[in-house]
Design a protein around this ligand. Structure first.
Ligand SMILES: C[S@@+](CC[C@H](N)C(=O)[O-])C[C@H]1O[C@@H](n2cnc3c(N)ncnc32)[C@H](O)[C@@H]1O
Length: 402
């Protein structure tokens, strides 16, 4: 297709896809701030790549681009510095032979029943109360930091589920870890949005949430979502082992993409962190703690994190991080192939930094051209509400490597 035809197609699209659902199937399994609506990467992948091509998302978050790439018959590489994001992305891209995931989930639910009995959970008779008093849960000391976030009974249930997840073997363990992480915030007593968790605002009053049932429900939702995904017409002729090798997910700082060979990628579709809008790492504080990570150690690596906004060098550091990342993108992308960036303009302390134009210049200096100009995406109120952690106006920037 020539440039004029592509330009026409890009201009014709309403990039907010107002008539489409965005939170469905595999995309709905775990919350995360500022995720793509899947229609954006899907459209760009179909327009700028072929079946069998390699699509890279170097800020992949929970893997929206990767899932869409695999659905469309491409191979995918995703990277992100947040280990919860990559764990979830990896779990979404782990496929089982027909019936196996359902069987493993049923067995896990039965194991959970046994743990509930052993620890006297989920029952209110005298017997349950006596068992409760007699048994300290495994790992109780290890997760002490999480205790103030949960009602005492929910806390005991979460510990039992943690024990269950630790007992599972790969690759099913990955699915369980992702389900467990998906309920960590919902079962806590912090009812406000994730910003409160990011800012370490421990709940004032503790409310009971049934973590055991939330986990069961999460497992069943995963099973249904995977079964439906595998029914996608595009995937019918692909074996499970082919699908399992179609995507690679790396937990790395994308300022250092050493694992990816020069000129090995056919298309990059990515949405970098916006400057000072979101704390991706801190938003997953509870999941990180439950997965035995240190939030403090990891958060510094995050480009553009909101908590760094008052630092005098916040903007320069952001540009430096983005410059290194973009030069890596230039190295791994094949010549004459496309880099698509979805990015929003943000204000820091009421000052606009003309961020988008600066980022465009960085990309152009790396030997790219911009054949189609800046494409604006104005989001409806509805979309903004459902995807906290992104700017009002976003742009889709498409560059071609010389
Ligand atoms: C806008 S989000 C991407 C969301 C993704 N498109 C999705 O649908 O889930 C930006 C991502 O950049 C990641 N990130 C920030 N600094 C990074 C770095 N130095 N290396 C790799 N990823 C980084 C954040 O953890 C976050 O997941």
């Amino acid at each position: 297709m020539n440039d004029a035809a592509v330009q026409k197609l890009l201009g014709k699209i309403d990039w907010d896809f107002p008539d489409s659902h965005s939170n469905y199937g595999l995309h709905s399994l775990h919350w995360y701030p500022g995720t793509f609506i899947p229609q954006i990467p899907a459209y760009l992948i179909e327009l700028f790549s072929e079946r069998g091509d390699v699509v890279l998302d170097c800020f992949c978050g929970i893997g929206t681009t990767l899932v869409e790439a695999v659905r469309l018959g491409r191979n995918a590489i995703g990277m992100d510095v947040n280990p919860i994001a990559t764990m979830v992305a990896q779990a979404k891209l782990t496929f089982f032979e027909p019936g196996n995931l359902r069987r493993l989930s049923v067995a896990a639910e039965e194991q959970l029943d046994v743990l509930c009995l052993r620890y006297g959970l989920h029952g209110d008779s005298d017997l349950f109360r006596r068992i409760r008093r007699a048994h300290t849960l495994k790992n109780e000391g290890e997760f002490e930091v999480l205790k103030p976030w949960y009602h005492a009974e929910t806390w005991r249930e979460m510990l039992a589920i943690r024990e269950l997840v630790d007992q599972q073997c790969e690759p099913f363990r990955r699915v369980c870890e992702s389900v467990f992480s998906s309920i960590a915030k919902a079962c806590s007593s912090q009812r406000e949005h994730w910003g409160y968790v990011a800012d370490n605002m421990i709940p004032r009053s503790l409310i009971y949430y049934d973590a055991v049932n939330a986990f069961r429900f999460g497992l069943r939702t995963n099973v249904d979502a995977f079964e439906r995904f595998l029914e996608t017409p595009n995937l019918k002729d692909r074996t499970v082992s082919e699908l399992n090798t179609a995507a690679r997910v790396l937990t790395v700082n994308c300022q250092d993409m050493g694992e990816i060979e020069d000129q090995s990628v056919d298309l990059i579709v990515t949405s970098p962190p916006y400057l000072s809008v979101t704390d991706y790492m801190k938003s997953q504080r509870l999941s990180l703690w439950w997965s035995r990570y240190s939030v403090e150690a990891l958060r510094e690596i995050e480009i553009g994190a909101r908590f760094k906004r008052t630092r005098t060098k916040a903007f320069d550091d952001y540009l430096e991080g983005m410059t290194k990342s973009i030069s890596n993108m230039a190295r791994v992308l094949k010549s004459d192939h496309y880099l698509c960036l979805v990015i929003g303009e943000t204000e820091v302390q009421r000052k606009s930094h003309q961020l988008i134009d600066r980022l465009r210049n960085i990309v152009l200096e790396q030997g790219f051209c911009e054949p189609f100009g800046k494409i604006q995406r104005t989001r409806t109120r509805e979309r903004l509400k459902s995807r906290q952690g992104a700017a009002n106006d976003e742009y889709i920037l498409v560059f071609r490597k010389a």
